[in-house]
Design a protein around this ligand. Structure first.
Ligand code: IMP
Ligand code: MG
Length: 232
């Protein structure tokens, strides 16, 4: 187990916070193993302080890209993005704008289930329809892009039904898929992710707003979960 001093060193010497951080399974020594001695959790994947540092950089990029745009409409996808969206908004404020207005959409993709192998499509239902978005610049804030069913549905909804002026996507985690079906691969390739925090392995994760069967949204860190347990 690495001490916190050693962890600081690993962080400062090995991570380039300026671009999307690629996280492998054992990227960070499990400094908090005792706290996560829980049969539902596999291991620590991304410690809170790494998420914080990367969020700050994403916020700075957004501040710079939207400097001239007036109000930016942040559309947060519930439930998983609520923690990330709160932190990101405050960092955007700290770096001097743009002015944010928050709205919330609830696309239901997996419910309390987790994905299984070989999926080619999934119906995504959008709850909480938005009202007056027309002609606004929209930044969609999402926790994870996995098979891209959710974001491609949201993109279509905003562009075709709401006809917003522009849509960009800010996602905390992008999964590196192991065995995507051709349909999923095509969906993923058709989606432009403008701001991505981390690229992660194709594992079910939780924490920092993200759930496994509604567990663990309040964890400060992001962990991988025991998938066998959640498949039951
Ligand atoms: P997609 O439609 O397959 O891209 O899945 C995206 C949505 O599924 C995200 O908004 C998450 O809510 C959820 N999701 C995908 N992967 C995970 C995971 O590993 N843990 C928890 N939720 C996930
Ligand atoms: Mg979601």
């Amino acid at each position: 187990m690495a001490g916190s001093h050693q962890m600081e060193k690993i962080i400062d010497e090995n991570i380039d916070f300026a671009s999307t951080i690629v996280v492998h399974d054992d990227a960070f020594p499990d400094e908090k193993a005792p706290a996560y001695a829980d049969h539902r959790i596999d291991r620590l994947l991304i410690p809170a302080k790494i998420i914080r540092k990367r969020t700050r950089v994403l916020a700075k990029q957004i501040c710079s890209d939207y400097r001239q745009s007036g109000i930016l409409h942040a559309v947060v996808l519930l439930k998983g993005a609520f923690v990330f969206a709160a932190d990101l908004g405050r960092e955007i404020y700290k770096c001097g704008g743009p002015e944010l207005q928050y709205d919330f959409l609830k696309p239901v993709t997996y419910g309390t289930a987790i994905k299984s192998g070989g999926e080619s499509q999934r119906k995504v239902r959008i709850d909480y329809a938005l009202e007056d978005l027309n002609s606004d610049h929209v930044l969609v804030i999402e926790d994870i892009v996995d098979q891209a069913f959710t974001l491609s549905t949201v993109q279509r909804y905003l562009q075709e039904e709401k006809q917003v002026a522009s849509v960009k996507f800010c996602v905390l985690l992008e999964k590196m898929l192991s065995h995507p079906t051709p349909e999923v691969q095509q969906l993923r390739e058709g989606l432009t992710l403008d701001y991505v925090g981390f690229r992660i392995p194709d594992r079910w994760v939780a924490g920092f707003g993200i759930d496994a069967g509604e567990d663990f949204r309040h964890l400060p860190d992001i962990v991988t979960v025991n998938e066998e347990y959640y498949r039951k």
